[in-house]
Design a protein around this ligand. Structure first.
Ligand code: G6P
Length: 608
């Protein structure tokens, strides 16, 4: 996600900030900016593009003199990448400057309220709301204004704040977005991640949710949201700089798997309003939703697999026929798009050449396209008629994990919305599904905590030649993604099969000891999949089963079992995929593969 760096001390702030931001570049960003107090006022310089542009604009920081400042690299969420939307953001009088990571979920009503009070906005960001809201509450006491804002905003935030009236201080605050502060003999620092300040200090304080820090050149004070002062213990960081970029994780893929609870929350929560799902960006009224006759989902790779899951969910609960196509096929096969057909293109990068071509093809045939996209301002995001963003943040590992999980959530929301509007879900069912959705992040966390058991199992299979993944219905869609995760990073041949189809040829490949991963999370299909497991076991397969807690019957047919927490049957993919991702990851690590950059693969496939 975005990066934050701030400094107050005896040195010039701008060069320290630029240096710190450069250490956060790996996180991905589309624009950068700084605010420095020059002795009279807060100056801001910001620019779309690489950090180098900001460095050039400020001559390495020399044109922004001053010893207190905050800086930011932005990964666009609300509002396209542009100079105006880049951080920092001012209040109207330019006496307060704010940098922000995270998403302010209730920014729209807050913005309306502030506009009605005469505040003028110059950007499309949720962050600017924070700058004006601080101004609104500020009566001379920064801490009081900040804590009032914390009580008003919903969502996630790490904030760095400067007040022109208090130029000897920086304020830092967080909720659900990482933020650390550190100190050395020359000053104090804030940063969204350790690598940004590792060059200056290894003594850092991890800020907890709803805590505020007041930094001065020579000391820091910590407060609760009730303005009560608290004491905190520093932590000494002993990671090397390389490990620090990965937050201490061995690979970006592991880090991104661990970010999934947050990704799911960020994609889900802004769209749940009370007991309803509100997808403002859908651009469709109830009548249009009722008029949908068919949905075409078009995508590549894992996004295609997310689409396969969505087919079962949308058809199952909204009763709308869904066709899922790989984009490279769709674009050349002269698809039949009749009246009432909605086209959904799913893409993490928003730049995949085939998916973009499929989008254009659909528009040429006169159909509106909904993009489910992660990268704000990407080609698919710009060209789609409507965009529903997955708020996964930048994904660096080539093999997608968190963006895929976010796509699933966006698609569940779409399915439930359509089902509700079309009268296919009773209020009680809808509410219970909402409850299940909200429980997913915690359940994913539990599964991730079990990683050592999966690692031990994976170590037994680093020499495998072929692996088969089987499942029925949604479990088949999960198998497809589980199989792709394993093969793309470990280079072990694997295939996903609809469990009932295996005996029509592929079962002849099963030999003594062949690993078959059977996914059986759908109670209605459980006995059928169990029979398929028995079939392969009888031919010598070693069967790994992934099923719901309580389904201990499976132990009759499986050699090794992984249990996932109970959820609505339509959402099991979000849980079952976690052990499969971990399995693929640990097999690849065990084999010594380059996990984050597998051979022959690109993160964003912008050519045909
Ligand atoms: C590449 C990536 C996959 C991804 C696919 C589609 O092959 O390695 O992880 O699923 O492209 O990418 P998109 O950015 O359109 O989701």
């Amino acid at each position: 996600m975005c990066g934050i760096v701030g400094y107050i001390g005896s040195h010039q702030a701008a060069p320290v900030i630029l240096e710190g931001l450069s250490k956060l570049e790996y996180r991905g960003y589309d624009s950068a900016g700084m605010a420095v107090f020059d002795g009279k006022k807060i100056g801001i310089c910001k620019s779309v593009g690489r950090l180098k542009v900001l460095e050039e604009l400020t001559h390495g920081g020399a044109t922004m003199p001053g010893t207190v400042g905050i800086g930011h690299t932005r990964w666009a969420t609300h509002g396209a990448p542009s100079n105006q939307n880049a951080h920092p953001h001012y209040n109207q009088e330019e006496t307060i400057a704010v940098v922000h990571n995270g998403i302010i979920e209730n920014y729209l009503p807050l913005r309306e309220k502030l506009v009605s009070k005469g505040y003028q906005f110059v950007s499309d960001t949720d962050t600017e709301v924070v700058a004006h809201l601080i101004d609104y509450y500020y009566k001379g006491n920064p801490l009081e204004a900040i804590t009032k804002v914390m009580n008003r905003v919903q969502g996630s935030y790490a904030l760095g704040i400067l007040f022109a009236e208090h130029p000897d201080q920086i304020f830092a605050v967080r909720k659900d977005s990482p933020l650390i502060v550190g100190q050395n003999e020359d000053g104090c620092f804030i940063a969204s991640d350790v690598p940004a300040i590792l060059k200056y200090t290894r003594k850092v304080y991890f800020i907890e949710n709803q805590e505020v820090v007041r930094l001065r050149a020579d000391h820091m004070h910590f407060y609760t949201v009730d303005e009560e002062e608290i004491t905190k213990e520093p932590v000494t960081i002993d990671w090397d700089a390389n490990a620090a970029e990965k937050g201490g994780y061995e690979h970006f893929m592991l880090k991104e798997m661990y970010e999934q609870p947050k990704t799911v929350t960020d994609t889900l929560m802004p769209r749940i309003k009370g007991n309803d799902i509100v997808i403002e960006e859908l651009g469709m009224g109830d009548e249009e939703i009722k008029a949908i006759r068919k949905i075409f989902i078009v995508a590549c790779g894992s996004a295609y697999h997310a689409g396969m899951t969505a087919k079962y969910v949308i058809e199952g609960i909204a009763r709308i026929p869904v066709e899922v196509d790989v984009a490279s096929e769709f674009r050349y096969r002269n698809p039949i798009l009749e009246e009432g057909t909605m086209v959904v293109v799913i893409s993490q990068s928003g730049e995949t050449a085939d998916s973009l071509a499929a989008l254009r093809e659909s528009q040429k045939l006169g159909h509106k396209v909904l993009g489910i996209v992660n990268v704000v301002g990407s080609s698919i995001a710009r060209e789609a008629d409507n965009v529903m963003y997955t708020w996964a943040g930048p994904e660096i590992a080539v093999a997608t994990t968190k963006a895929y999980s976010a796509q699933l959530i966006a698609l569940y929301l779409l399915a439930m919305k359509f089902a509700k509007v079309r009268g296919m879900l009773k209020e009680g069912e809808f509410r219970s599904m909402l409850g299940d959705l909200k429980r997913l992040p915690g359940q994913i966390e539990r599964l991730l905590a079990n990683k050592q058991r999966i690692q031990r199992f994976a170590n037994r299979y680093i020499g495998a030649k072929d692996v088969f993944f089987i499942g029925r219905g949604i479990d088949f869609a999960i198998s497809m993604e589980g199989s792709l995760k394993l093969k793309e990073i470990s280079y072990i041949h694997s295939e996903a099969y609809a469990a009932g189809e295996l005996k029509h040829g592929t079962i002849s490949l099963i030999e003594e000891g062949t690993l078959v991963a059977a996914v059986a999370t759908q109670d209605a299909l459980f006995q059928k999949t169990l029979s398929n497991m028995v079939e392969v076991k009888a031919r010598g397969a070693f069967v790994l089963a992934v099923t719901n807690e309580g389904n201990t019957d499976i132990e009759k047919a499986a050699d090794y079992c992984i249990y996932i927490p109970r959820t609505n049957p339509y959402f099991t993919n979000s849980l079952a995929i976690i052990p499969l991702q971990l399995f693929g990851y640990y097999v690849a690590v065990g084999k010594g593969c380059d996990v984050d950059k597998p051979r022959n693969l690109a993160k964003s496939v912008t050519v045909e």
